[in-house]
Ligand binder design. Structure first.
Ligand SMILES: Cc1cc2nc3c(=O)[nH]c(=O)nc-3n(C[C@H](O)[C@H](O)[C@H](O)COP(=O)(O)OP(=O)(O)OC[C@H]3O[C@@H](n4cnc5c(N)ncnc54)[C@H](O)[C@@H]3O)c2cc1C
Length: 324
């Protein structure tokens, strides 16, 4: 069956790989491809928090992705590593233990061991994903399976209807215009990567709280990220860089107050109060659309879990057609 995927960010590429592995004929149409997507600007580490989608789905998506990233650690050039992580929360509604309790080396931090302003915290082994490497690897993997990518901005579904039996919408912020979804909005995120004398990923720790994170990566320490809702500006802002360095230095003194900068980066998170993952039937003769967008802060974290669900929806749809 011919599956057309709209979008080549982490969401589109993950679905594309799973769909082609299922034996479908898959083509991606995307306005931007790596290294120019928002996904290329992500932190990124696995973290199923700061999301309002219902818990059962979070557990399912997060678990599937965690399992997949743990496998990818062993894959050369995928850019995935596993580090010790500490994640803190300052209110009860930001987390549920069940969202991450299956992670390796999971431990709930006792209240008396928490820094003052936090009400809960977990430690566990966290997949860290070097996005510039990972996105390249996803693209290559899709190509090696026979997938085709066409660089094109789609303005109306009629442009691709005749090419597909089913369409998967992974356009993130593009869904505002293409599907008129007014619930989607950008949340601007700036990061800065700083150099420190030496980084040993086997002993470095990842730190995260709802407003800030410090992610050890092979080429530096990533400090992030700002979260400016409704802000479409993709230029680096000096004030944001200064804020991130100051904050990082206050938590990890080894960063100092004037570290050398490896790079600064800005991306726009495609935020939606609830991730939209569902099939939309259209008029007779038009292929249906499986929507998979609005992942906000957690697109990398849920990518493989959502891809699995999309492929199940596609399978059920074709089975239903066979029965008719
Ligand atoms: C600074 C920062 C840090 C982050 N850190 C993390 C993290 O640590 N962990 C985590 O899980 N997540 C993180 N995220 C969030 C994550 O990056 C996003 O949720 C994820 O990248 C969204 O992926 P996407 O594929 O939906 O969107 P995008 O990457 O924006 O991809 C959308 C694709 O659709 C295409 N498109 C749009 N409209 C059209 C159209 N009309 N026609 C054709 N193509 C179209 C685009 O060109 C692009 O190819 C972070 C984000 C930022 C900005």
């Amino acid at each position: 069956m011919k599956v057309v995927i709209l979008g080549a960010g982490v969401i589109g590429l993950s679905v594309a790989i799973r769909a082609i592995e299922e034996g479908h004929n898959v083509e991606i149409f995307a306005e931007k491809i790596t290294p120019y997507t928002n996904s290329d600007r992500a932190g990124a580490y696995w973290s199923p928090f700061t999301n309002t989608t219902t818990s059962a789905r979070i557990v399912k998506w997060g678990k599937e992705s965690y399992r997949t990233f743990c496998k990818l650690i062993k894959v050369k050039n995928a850019g995935v590593s596993l580090v010790d992580g500490l994640e803190y929360f300052n209110s009860e509604d930001q987390f549920s233990e069940s969202w991450c309790s299956y992670a390796r080396n999971f431990r709930k931090i006792p209240r008396n061991e928490l820094p003052k302003s936090f009400v809960a915290g977990f430690s566990y082994l966290v997949p860290v994903i070097l996005m510039e490497k990972y996105m390249r690897w996803l693209m290559k993997r899709f190509g090696s399976l026979g997938g085709k990518v066409t660089k094109k901005r789609v303005c109306d579904l009629s442009e691709i209807d005749s090419l597909s039996d089913i369409i998967v919408n992974c356009t993130g912020l593009g869904s505002i215009e293409l599907f008129g979804d007014k619930l989607v909005t950008p949340i601007r995120g700036q990061t800065v990567k700083v150099r420190v004398r030496s980084i040993d990923l086997s002993t470095s720790k990842l730190y995260a709280d709802p407003e800030f994170y410090i992610v050890p990566q092979s080429d530096g320490i990533l400090l992030g990220a700002t979260a400016q809702k409704g802000d479409w500006n993709t230029n680096v802002n000096l004030k944001d860089t200064q804020y991130l360095i100051k904050k990082g230095g206050s938590i990890a003194p080894r960063i100092g107050n004037a570290p050398s900068i490896v790079n600064e980066s800005v991306g726009l998170r495609p935020y939606r109060p609830q991730i939209r993952l569902e099939i939309e039937k259209r008029s007779k003769g038009e292929p249906p659309v499986v929507h998979n967008y609005g992942h906000g802060f957690n697109g990398v974290t849920f990518s493989w879990g959502c891809a699995k669900e999309v492929v199940e929806i596609i399978k059920n749809y074709f089975r239903f057609l066979d029965l008719k």
